[in-house]
Design a protein around this ligand. Structure first.
Ligand code: HEM
Length: 486
């Protein structure tokens, strides 16, 4: 309780509600390590839009409504821009040097500035050609081996990041960079959820011996993360020294020089580029796979999208990113994909070090703050069922439905710096796939949508029939691939 002075009177303000708990351990262990968005959204209906969990010396505040998230994370950005200290992932595995986990301060500002120079709305225009080239290569892969669509989509998303960040051309899905990044992101995704390890709730456990299970996992994770960030960095540095390095963001950033001392510049560049590598690939491919699942489940929406693509590009070319403004239905399909199943249902948690008062509640300092993006996506609507895939909700001016691109990429000062790049990558891939293929259920399959429950959530492996729409579409793809510069 917080004592709130009003005139002569002191009023006790309560914490927001939460499920019942036990002495000492409170209710914190009621939060599942995976898929917690489902529990939070269920509690939203019974307990309201602000939820509070506590126990073992920890506080967790869950925000279930967009107005509340904006009031706190955006309007009170100064107080809510920190990230939680995750003992295992941050300190023991060492990810607290990369931008998504850095505390709000000098090093974060310096990495954010570096990344912004490459990913601002204006800067990303120069990557369009690359995104279109890589889309055509993904389309050809889909023509040749449609059953491996998970791998092709993953390769597309990772190649964009590896090319832009390090100038590294990668041609196969089982390239060591790609497979290592995927394995590392799996470890990170599981460990990033606050409370994933008991040690995150009870930090002194970090001093327990190194043979204990979580310590072994932490040591493995540390070496995987080091490897993922260091390897491409060393590769490009060596190419620079040998004067064989192609253009890349890392090359440009290392050339800034002068103002800052070399060691700290190199440190910031290494971890800023490593952050892009880690944060940029998985989220993008999760969204494209979700789109493909949605198309297989909703053939009527797929036909409407294909009709729009055909109307705009005709029959002699593939779509480009510049077609986006002429394809409102396809854009609505992408928005509906982001809403139907957001890649980061709980965003990335924040942390507050200050007490505050909000809507009559005491929001205590040292609380992990979780924006429940999933709950915003699932907000009930009188006309459009939240569970159904209905792109039309974004074309109906009177629907009052909020555009998901204003919340699925996060909020305020820590909003995703890769948003503009991601939106172009999504459009290039989605419009290219719609132009070339029809996706459908495999006859006899039930195709029930199921999603993973880690930090980045994407469809569990599913079967889907991916047929080229015509021979001439395949020819278009082959001709376009022949013109690729990468
Ligand atoms: C569909 C694609 C993507 C989605 C849905 C997404 C979503 C998000 C969200 C929700 C956050 C947390 C923001 C917050 O705390 O409020 C975030 C952070 C971040 N994203 Fe993305 N992202 C995507 C693609 C990308 C790409 C392509 C890149 C880079 C190339 C990127 C780089 C980052 C980084 C570095 C952060 C940490 C920012 C910070 O802590 O200051 N993301 N993203």
């Amino acid at each position: 309780f917080l004592l709130h002075k009003r005139g002569q009177q002191s009023i006790r303000l309560p914490f927001p509600p939460g499920p019942p708990g036990l002495p000492l351990i409170g209710n914190i262990l009621t939060i599942p390590a995976k898929g917690a968005w489902l529990l939070f959204s269920e509690l939203h209906t019974h307990l309201g839009s602000l939820l509070f969990f506590h126990g073992l010396g920890n506080n967790i505040l869950v925000l279930n409504e967009l107005t509340i998230i904006n009031d706190l994370l955006d309007k009170n950005g100064e107080i809510y821009a920190h990230r939680p200290i995750l003992t295992v992932l941050g300190e023991l595995m060492g990810l607290n040097r990369s931008m998504p986990l850095l505390p709000y301060g000098k090093e974060w500002r310096s990495q954010r500035r570096l990344v912004h120079s490459a990913l601002s709305n204006t800067a990303v225009v120069k990557y369009r050609r690359l995104q279109e080239d890589l889309t055509s290569q993904m389309l050809l892969d889909l023509v040749e081996k449609p059953e491996d669509f998970f791998a092709h989509v993953r390769l597309y998303a990772e190649r964009i990041i590896l090319m832009i960040t390090y100038g590294l051309p990668i041609n196969v899905a089982d390239n060591e960079y790609i497979t290592h990044a995927e394995a590392t992101m799996h470890v990170i995704g599981e460990a990033m959820v606050p409370g994933a390890f008991l040690c995150d709730l009870i930090p002194w456990m970090r001093y327990l011996p190194s043979w204990i299970s979580f310590q072994v996992k932490a040591a493995e994770g540390r070496s995987m993360i080091e490897n993922m960030v260091q390897k491409p960095f060393d590769h490009v540095k060596q190419n620079i020294a040998e004067q064989t390095a192609g253009p890349s963001l890392m090359h440009d950033l290392l050339n800034i020089g002068g103002l800052e001392d070399r060691t700290s510049l190199e440190h910031s560049v290494k971890w800023a580029t490593g952050s892009m590598y880690g944060a940029g690939g998985e989220t993008t491919y999760a969204t494209i796979l979700t789109f493909m699942l949605a198309m297989a489940l909703n053939p009527d929406k797929q036909e409407l999208s294909q009709a729009e693509v055909d109307r705009v590009v005709g029959s002699d070319r593939l779509p480009t990113v510049a077609d986006m403004s002429d394809m409102p239905y396809v854009v609505a399909v992408i928005k509906e994909t982001l809403r139907w199943h957001p890649a980061l249902p709980l965003g990335i948690a924040r942390y507050t070090q200050q007490d505050s008062i909000y809507k009559g509640y005491h929001l205590p300092r040292n609380s992990v703050v979780i924006p429940n993006i999933w709950s915003i996506c699932q907000q009930p609507h009188t006309k459009y069922d939240a569970k159904c895939f209905i792109p039309e909700r974004f074309l109906d001016r009177n629907s009052g439905v909020i555009d998901p691109t204003t919340y699925v990429f996060g909020f305020g000062r820590r909003i995703c710096p890769g948003k503009a790049l991601a939106e172009n990558s999504l459009f290039a891939a989605v419009a290219g796939i719609l132009a070339t293929f029809t996706m459908s259920r495999v006859p006899g399959d039930k195709l029930v949508p199921k999603f993973g429950q880690a930090l980045v959530s994407y469809p569990e492996p599913f079967r889907c029939k991916i047929r080229p729409r015509s021979e001439s579409k395949v020819l278009l793809v082959q001709n376009r691939v022949a013109q690729c510069k990468v």
